[in-house]
Design a protein around this ligand. Structure first.
Ligand code: PHE
Length: 453
């Protein structure tokens, strides 16, 4: 049973809508844009295996913990953490966990919006027929051209931020539900079509074996950290997005089943994206480690060659933008909900101000692909640094503290009561995972990556 608290922001209409919304948050650029290129950069199979292990052993238990905290607190992550800590007679400093999530969401969205903007530009490129029959080199040229043009990048980044502010301003039900009800299933179907195309492309087996046959000699300690960080990133964990969606969840829905459903759907989309992309990479002698431009330099080749490619290409990028949109919303929702709760701002005012602040930081990412390309710290551009700091440091640390809070701070009764896992082994298993496995895994991977172990 859930406690008696109610969210002032409203509630999802049903369990099914919670699954859709959480899947909408989870499935995004992380699955389709980021997963393939980091898998490519880190050698494929072994990296993918570590990522899958992290999803199963860390991601699912932490997701359950995060939903649980949200549903019990029923407020923005900052206030939820404060209230729950009070309930347990602990320090209200735990609210800092909510604050770090707000900061993380803000930083992630700043670059997320820029990349989603590339997606918008590609809707136009496909619809204009620019890919039709174009060879790989020309397709790469289209991408390079876009990157070298800050004005255009800023335009698309601005448009995407506006779209995000619009939905967030409309609120949980009207704004968020509509966006996820139809688009996620459509994206899934289109990815299946793309994999179907890849199967016929001649190099399917090479693509599949790149993704699934592990070669551990290619995996570095830093690669393991990136795989773990990505498990948090792709499931939207460690910064309060899933926590706040949990706070809108009906009290009678099963946290375990819904979390599992979200994790499975998210993983399926990432693997499908990989299976659609790598056969094209190999069939066209492209570089798997091409970096952030990978999907924009590969998929258009396929669209350029397949019948109806102009249509399918446009549709694909439209759906990619929608997937990014439903994730972007969840990245600022914790901040907006806090401003509404504590500052009594209207949702509109809160969304506009958060959106504008995020937009400004996003300009740094835009410039890091052109004018600031040469300015690097530890070999990383502004965009690389933001990505590394958020995905590989802030999210795993956030997840670590969420696990510690749920398993060490909250009483057994509170978590047991909220999870309702029955009397079998499921509850003890969950508790063991968040109590020991998650903290140890995160700590070991961290120290390993900084070379202390
Ligand atoms: N999970 C989203 C994706 O894969 C990104 C995200 C991270 C969204 C953290 C919310 C919170 O694209």
């Amino acid at each position: 049973m859930s406690t008696q608290r109610e969210s002032i922001h409203g509630q999802w209409s049903s369990r099914w809508i919670f699954i859709l919304a959480a899947t909408g948050s989870a499935v995004g650029l992380g699955n389709i844009w980021k997963f393939p290129y980091i898998a490519g950069e880190n050698g494929g199979g072994a990296f993918v295996l570590v990522y899958l292990l992290c999803i199963a052993a860390i991601g699912i238990p932490v997701m359950m913990a995060e939903v649980l905290l949200g549903r019990r607190g029923r407020q923005s992550p900052i206030n939820t953490m404060r209230e729950l800590a009070k309930d347990e007679g602990r320090s209200t400093w735990w609210a800092l966990l909510g604050w770090s999530g707000v900061l993380g969401g803000f930083l992630i969205l700043s670059y997320y919006s820029v990349i989603a903007g590339w997606g918008l530009a590609y809707v136009l490129n496909s619809a204009a027929g620019n890919f039709a029959g174009a060879p790989a080199a020309e397709i790469k040229g289209i991408f390079d051209e876009l990157m070298s043009n800050p004005g255009e990048l800023i335009f698309w980044h601005s448009l995407f931020m506006l779209m995000t502010m619009l939905v967030v301003a409309r609120g949980v039900k009207k704004g968020l539900e509509m966006a996820v009800r139809w688009l996620m299933p459509a994206l899934f179907v289109l990815l299946l079509v793309m994999v179907g195309y890849a199967i016929n492309s001649g190099e399917f087996m090479r693509g599949a074996s790149f993704l699934f046959s592990p070669d551990f000699s290619k995996l570095t300690a830093n690669g393991v950290l990136i795989a773990m960080g990505h498990a948090f990133f792709t499931l939207s964990l460690g910064m309060g997005a899933i926590m706040i969606y949990g706070s809108y969840m009906p009290g009678d829905a099963s946290i375990a089943k819904t979390s599992m459903a979200v994790a499975i759907a998210d993983t399926a989309v990432a693997l499908l994206a990989g299976l659609a992309i790598f056969p094209i990479v190999f069939a066209n002698n492209l570089e798997p480690g091409a970096g952030p431009g990978l999907i924009f330099q590969t998929l258009p080749i396929a669209f350029g060659q397949m019948p109806g490619g102009t249509f399918f290409g446009s549709l694909f990028f439209v759906l990619l933008v929608f997937a990014a949109w439903s994730s972007a919303i969840s990245l600022i929702e914790p901040a907006v909900a806090w401003l509404v709760e504590n500052r009594r701002w209207s949702r509109i005012k809160a969304s506009v101000i958060c959106g504008m602040a995020t937009w400004v930081v996003g300009l740094g990412t835009v410039l890091s692909f052109n004018l600031w390309e040469g300015y690097t710290l530890w070999g990383k551009t502004f965009f690389d640094l933001l990505d590394y700091l958020t995905a590989n440091i802030m999210l795993p640390l956030g997840g670590l503290f969420i696990a510690i809070f749920a398993a060490w701070v909250m009483s057994r009764e509170s978590t047991r009561d909220e999870l309702e896992l029955g009397d079998g082994g499921a509850y003890p298993l969950w508790r063991f995972m968040v109590r020991f496995v998650t903290p140890l895994a995160v700590i070991i991977v961290f120290f390993n990556a900084i070379g202390l172990l």
